[in-house]
Design a protein around this ligand. Structure first.
Ligand code: TRP
Length: 332
């Protein structure tokens, strides 16, 4: 049997280049050798997005993004989390094996509490149970599908470890491998994609380059990238430049070597370095942008793909539930 690769993207905000290079592209690479199950974590999105129009659109935006990036729905299961009720039944079952202390230690929850503490607010202000129990739902996403590897960024590794703990607790209790214990798959070379200011590209830092923006906006955004004050004539170090580090993702080896030499020689200003980055980025993204536009223009067809994916996915999750219910003594 082929091993299973599974990952989800939360529909909160526009996809950016960091999502593509750090999550979507490596996951599609893995799909060549694994049985891949990739989904839109829309109930995770509900924790933060309370505007129905926004959530509704962002779910389609993320789905269209996967397809535009090359996901083949004939070979990869693509579905919405909300279409698989078994995930939520599993969540309830896993709750019984998840200590509250484990949730207290989750980074996202701790960060929210810290923000409140710093402001002198009630520590639980703005913390809903969806945020507090986020790792259990995520464990269910993973465990329901017998996942072997979960391609994620560094920020999600703790969540995978929690899924391991929870599956391990179930297996230890019943003294048999009822649930598959997953592993994280972090691709080192793509784990961090730098944003406009050189920090990790992230919605929350407001330093992202949108994946499907127009060519004009792409150019404007790249030209806004932060640089140091080195003048045109000064030699520049490509290896410490986040402009060059992004360039490497989109340029072939010959182009990289040639541009690195121009950095080092001096005589090339940051404006030109950015123009070069725009050129290769736009070259890679244009065909994807066109596919995205075509897919998002036909929502019924897109929804049909997602429904078909869910139809194929549900029996897998149902089999996990059946196994666990039997182990628990709650036969169907
Ligand atoms: N928590 C992930 C993120 O914010 C999204 C996610 C939800 C996920 N469920 C998952 C990722 C299951 C991998 C596996 O990026």
């Amino acid at each position: 049997m082929r091993k299973v690769s599974l990952t989800g993207i939360k529909p909160t905000g526009s996809l950016h280049i960091g999502n593509y290079l750090g999550a979507i592209k490596p996951a599609l690479e893995l799909a060549k050798e694994f049985d891949a199950r990739y989904f839109i974590a829309d109930y995770h999105g509900l924790n933060t997005i309370k505007d129905p129009k926004e959530l509704n659109f962002t779910i389609r935006h993320v789905a269209a993004g996967w397809l535009a990036a090359g996901l083949d729905p004939e070979r990869v299961l693509l579905y919405r989390q909300s279409s698989i009720p078994e995930i939520f039944e599993l969540t309830v079952m896993l709750m019984a094996f998840t200590s509250k202390g484990l949730m207290n230690r989750a980074h996202a929850y701790k960060a929210a509490v810290q923000v409140n503490a710093d402001k002198g607010d009630d520590l639980d202000a703005g913390v809903n149970m969806g945020l507090f129990t986020y790792p259990v739902l995520m464990a269910a996403d993973i465990i329901a599908f017998d996942s072997d590897v979960v391609p994620v960024g560094q920020d999600q590794v703790q969540h995978i470890e929690m899924a391991q703990d929870i599956a391990g607790a179930v297996n230890a209790n019943y003294k048999k491998p009822v649930l598959k214990v997953p592993k994280a798959a972090i691709q080192d070379s793509v784990a961090t994609v730098a944003g406009l200011d050189g920090r990790k590209m992230s919605k929350s830092y407001n330093n992202a380059i949108e994946l499907f923006c127009s060519e004009a906006v792409l150019q404007k955004t790249i030209m806004r990238m932060v640089t140091n004050s080195q003048g045109v004539e000064e030699p520049k170090d490509p290896d410490s430049s986040h402009i060059f580090s992004l360039y490497k993702f989109f340029a072939d080896q010959g182009e990289q070597d040639a541009l690195a030499a121009r950095y080092r020689a001096g005589g090339m200003g940051w404006g030109v370095a950015k123009e070069e980055l725009f050129r290769v980025t736009n070259r890679a993204l244009s065909p994807m942008r066109e596919r995205y536009e075509a897919i998002i223009a036909d929502i019924p067809a897109l929804d049909k793909i997602l429904e078909q994916g869910a139809e194929k996915a549900r029996p897998i999750a149902a089999a996990t539930i059946k196994r666990l219910r039997k182990a628990c003594g709650i036969d169907s």
